[in-house]
Design a protein around this ligand. Structure first.
Ligand code: GDP
Length: 454
């Protein structure tokens, strides 16, 4: 669903790549692109403003990190701010100290409440709970029946208002049709008496927000004192999601949000606005019509999905974890002066390899998805050989590779179990690379520019 947002954000951030240093106008330009991307994705204007302001302030005050180049730093900031507007930590459902835990669903008609009731029930069942569904949508024709079908599919009994229509062989599971508040109250009492540990109350929705709908939902809430009131919202309704959420927040109040239809091709702004506007966390996401198209909502995973850079982000994390700033700075200075030694090279290689198998690292680079086959051939054993060759050299040879003459090459080859031509290749390539790096950093003019090469 976030495809175009994802593309635009990635595009905005891509322009920064390769820049050794970011000026305020680079940051302003990126911020403008991000702003447009969010507005186009239907994110609510106040949310866009806050988000873009935070990014600008943070990027300009750039928390300097030796491990990351400036573009990576901005990616990291954008990611952290995305996680933050999506709610930060994953919020788990609040269970009652004394069962049953009562969960009430509220939202507009068609939002996906009934479908969600089944999904939530099946999910709770898998977690070892014993849920009961309560059918309080007495407005929409067929809603009770729909819940019963859903309940049957989920293998969860339904407490329904018409006698004789319940499933699950629970006996007296029906009350007379009529008052949703009475049905809700009866459902919770039945759950308590029959030792169900969770109750999911499906309430009526309307096509639009109206007083009667709000009053009824508020009455059901007052009568059942739920542990969670979940506002269910169709992510495809765009900007309306925010106004509807505000109306429900005022009229009924809720403790959490469930986003449905995240599988759709809408622009996804609702997902990014609802939490920030209402302050209520997003607990679950629904991504299809089937029971299993449902999951706990994880702000961090969603953010990296939106950024389309999940792997780059883990690369950034690993780089920060394993980075030795002092060593890197020394190497950069040496590269600039054309003084890099094989010992430095070995140390740099060891540092990078601490981050994991090289194929994985390369696989994390953007666009690597399409080159999977080629990457599969990048082999740690080749790097092992390079390491072995350098280790077979004396400290003097590592410090000044120019002294490695023919007889030394033969000794190194024998010592490290490789052929002389492999040693030749390594030494030749090293000189060539050193020359190129010195030329390049000379052009870029500073150690900041050389970071890309490490
Ligand atoms: P309610 O009126 O709020 O109870 O909404 P329903 O549960 O009846 O859902 C309305 C329609 O949306 C139904 O056709 C559902 O199958 C469909 N639906 C619900 N959740 C999702 C979802 O996550 N993805 C998709 N694609 N369809 C969904």
């Amino acid at each position: 669903m976030f495809d175009s947002l994802s593309d635009r954000l990635t595009g905005a951030l891509k322009d920064l790549r390769g820049k050794g240093r970011l000026t305020d106008s680079d940051i302003d330009a990126t911020a403008r692109e991000i702003r447009l991307a969010l507005l186009e994705a239907d994110v609510a204007l106040p949310v866009v403003r806050t988000f873009v302001d935070r990014i600008k302030t943070r990027a300009k005050g750039a928390e300097v990190s030796g491990a990351l180049n400036p573009a990576q730093q901005v990616v990291k900031i954008v990611n952290e701010e995305l996680v933050s507007i999506l709610g930060g930590e994953t919020r788990r459902i609040a269970l009652a100290k004394t069962p049953p835990t009562v969960i009430m669903l509220a939202g507009l008609q068609g939002a996906g409440k009934t479908t969600l009731a089944g999904k939530l029930a099946a999910w709770l069942g898998k977690q070892g709970h014993t849920p009961l569904l309560v059918a309080c949508d007495l407005q929409r024709p067929g809603a009770v029946n729909q819940l019963q079908v859903v309940g049957e599919r989920a293998g969860v009994p339904v407490y329904a208002p018409q006698p004789g229509t319940s499933v699950g062989g629970e006996g007296e599971m029906g009350v007379s049709a009529g008052d949703p508040v009475e049905v809700a109250r009866g459902g919770v009492e039945h759950a308590r008496a029959s030792h169900f540990d969770t109750v999911i109350i499906d309430t009526a929705g309307r096509l639009g927000v109206d007083d009667e709908l709000m009053r009824q939902a508020a009455d059901v809430r007052a009568a059942t004192d739920p542990d969670e009131v979940l506002f269910v919202v169709d992510a495809m309704i765009g900007q309306d999601a925010v106004t509807t959420a505000q109306a429900f927040a005022e009229g009924v109040g809720f403790t959490g949000v469930v986003l449905t239809k995240l599988d759709g091709d809408a622009r996804g702004g609702a997902a990014l606005s609802v939490r920030e506007v209402t302050g209520a966390p997003i607990l679950f996401a629904s991504t299809g019509e089937k029971l299993e198209d449902f999951d706990v909502f994880h702000p961090d995973r969603m953010a990296s999905r939106i950024l389309g850079m999940g792997d780059v982000l883990s690369l950034i994390e690993q780089a920060e974890e394993h980075w030795d700033a002092k060593q890197a700075e020394e190497a950069a200075t040496k590269i600039m002066g054309g003084e890099l030694t094989l010992e430095d090279f070995l140390q740099q290689m060891l540092m990078i390899r601490k981050m994991g198998p090289i194929g994985n690292l390369l696989g994390m680079l953007p666009g690597a998805g399409q080159m999977k086959d080629a990457l599969a051939q990048v082999d740690d054993s080749q790097l092992d050989r390079v390491q072995a060759i350098i280790r077979g050299m004396t400290p003097a040879e590592r410090a000044d590779p120019k002294i490695i003459n023919g007889s030394r090459r033969l000794r190194i080859a024998n010592g490290s179990g490789v052929s002389v031509s492999e040693v030749n290749q390594l030494v030749d390539r090293f000189f060539e690379a050193r020359k190129q790096m010195a030329a390049m950093t000379g052009r870029l003019g500073g150690p900041g520019g050389s970071r890309k090469n490490t």
